[in-house]
Design a binder for this molecule. Structure first.
Ligand code: G6P
Length: 369
C-alpha cells in the first residue's frame, strides 16, 4: 500500500498533488489551443442533440453534483442553454418533467452510484438523450448512457473526491466550449482564449499546490474550530459548497457553504470572534460584492481566510489570511480555487487525528439507495 501511495502519507494527499497530471490527462488528445481544436470523441454521434438542446438537466450526487453546479454556470454563460442541476435521489422520486429537446448529463466518478443510475433509467424511459461524465471506464453508468466523455483522472482511492472533481469540471467545461463554438454563442477570440487558458491550468494548479506549507500553517491555527463557513459567489459558489463538504467529510467539523450574498439571510447570525469564514474572493465579476461581504464579516469579528487572485492588495488588508491563486478566465477559476480548500481540509483532518482516506460512515461508492 505504501508503494501505491507513491511516498505520500495518504491517498487523498497523493490525489490532490496528482491534479496537474490528472487534469492534463482529462484534456489529453482532446484540445489543441495552437490549432484551435477541441474534440470529445465520445460525444460525436450525439453532439447535435447537445448543441440543439432546449434545456440541460444535470444529475449527480455529492461532489459530482457540485461539479454539475459549476457546469451550470459555464454552460449558461458560454452556450446560453438553460441548465438545471438535480440531486439524482430527488429527481428519481418526483415524476420529473422531460420535454422533447431536453438533454441529460449524468456525472459520476465511480459510475456506480445507485441513485444516479436509477435517475438515468427514469430519464431514458421518458425519452431523454443521456450523456455520461464518468471516471471509471466500463462501469455501469457509462454503459447506461447514449454517449459520454470519460474524465481519465486515474483511480481515485481516497473516499473524499478531489482529482475526480477537477477532471469532471475540466470535461464539462470542454463540452460547454464545443457547444458554444458550434452554436456561435462565443466569439472566435473568446474561444481561443478559453483553449489557451485551459491548457495553462495544469501548471497553475501546480503553482497553487506549491503554497502547501502556508495552507498547512493556516490549518494549524484553525484545527480546533467547531464550525466553518465557506462563502463564494458566481462560479465560486459551488466551490464554497465543495470546500465545506470536504471539511465535513474528513475532519468532522461542521461546515456550511453558502452563496456569499445569502449570508445575511441566516449564517451571519453565527459569526463571532471564533468563527472561521473562508471566502473564495477571486477577481471576477462579483469581486466587489464579495469584498463588501468580507467587510460585513470583519465588522462582526469573524476570522477571515480568503482565497484571492495573485497580487490582490485590497483583501490582504482585510483578511487574517490570504491564499493566492493564479489568474485565469473567470469560467475556469473553480479548477484553481478548489485546490487550497482541498488542502485545508486535508491538513486539518490529519492534525485532528482523523482517518482521511476512510472517514467514518462514508463509502467511496454508494451502490444502495
Ligand atoms: C460518495 C462519495 C463521494 C462522491 C459521491 C458520488 O458519497 O463518498 O466522494 O462524490 O458518492 O459518487 P460518484 O461516484 O457518483 O461521483
Amino acid at each position: 500500500e505504501s508503494i501505491e501511495k507513491g511516498g505520500y502519507e495518504h491517498f487523498m494527499l497523493k490525489e490532490i498533488f496528482e491534479q496537474p497530471k490528472s487534469v492534463k490527462d482529462s484534456m489529453r488528445g482532446r484540445i489543441n489551443a495552437h490549432k484551435g481544436h477541441i474534440l470529445l470523441g465520445g460525444l460525436r454521434e450525439y453532439i447535435n442533440k447537445l448543441t440543439q438542446a432546449q434545456r440541460i438537466i444535470i444529475l449527480g450526487c455529492g461532489t459530482s453534483w457540485h461539479a454539475g453546479l459549476v457546469a451550470e454556470y459555464v454552460f449558461e454563460e458560454l452556450a446560453r442553454i438553460p441548465v438545471e442541476v438535480e440531486y439524482a435521489s430527488e429527481f428519481r422520486y418526483r415524476n420529473p418533467i422531460i420535454n422533447e429537446g431536453d438533454v441529460v448529463i449524468a456525472i459520476s466518478q465511480s459510475g456506480e452510484t445507485a441513485d444516479t443510475l436509477a435517475a438515468i433509467e427514469l430519464a431514458k424511459s421518458k425519452g431523454a438523450i443521456i450523456f455520461g461524465v464518468c471516471n471509471v471506464v466500463g462501469s455501469s453508468i457509462p454503459r447506461a448512457t447514449h454517449a459520454g466523455a470519460y474524465t481519465h483522472a486515474g483511480p481515485e482511492i481516497g473516499v473524499a473526491s478531489t482529482k475526480a472533481f477537477t477532471a469532471q469540471v475540466t470535461v464539462l467545461t470542454m463540452m460547454a466550449i464545443v457547444v458554444a463554438k458550434t452554436k456561435g454563442t462565443i466569439s472566435d477570440s473568446l474561444y481561443r482564449e478559453l483553449l489557451y487558458a485551459l491548457e495553462a491550468i495544469p501548471d497553475q494548479i501546480q503553482k497553487t499546490l506549491n503554497n502547501h506549507s502556508q495552507i498547512k500553517y493556516i490549518s494549524s491555527i484553525f484545527r480546533d474550530a467547531r464550525n466553518f463557513l465557506y462563502l463564494g459567489r458566481g462560479y465560486n459558489f459551488p466551490v464554497a459548497l465543495e470546500g465545506a463538504l470536504k471539511l465535513k467529510e474528513i475532519s468532522y467539523i461542521h461546515a456550511e457553504g453558502y452563496p456569499a450574498a445569502e449570508m445575511k439571510h441566516g449564517p451571519i447570525a453565527l459569526i463571532d470572534e471564533e468563527m472561521p469564514v473562508v471566502f473564495i474572493a477571486t477577481q471576477d465579476s462579483s469581486y466587489e460584492k464579495v469584498v463588501s461581504n468580507i467587510q460585513e464579516v470583519r465588522a462582526r469579528k469573524g476570522r477571515v481566510i480568503a482565497v484571492v487572485t495573485e497580487g490582490d492588495k485590497l483583501i490582504k488588508q482585510m483578511a487574517e489570511f490570504v491564499i493566492e491563486i493564479p489568474a485565469t478566465h473567470e469560467a475556469l477559476v473553480p479548477l484553481l480555487s478548489v485546490i487550497p480548500l482541498q488542502l485545508l481540509s486535508y491538513y486539518i483532518a490529519v492534525m485532528r487525528g482523523c482517518n482521511v482516506d476512510q472517514p467514518r460512515n462514508l463509502a467511496k461508492s454508494v451502490t444502495v439507495e
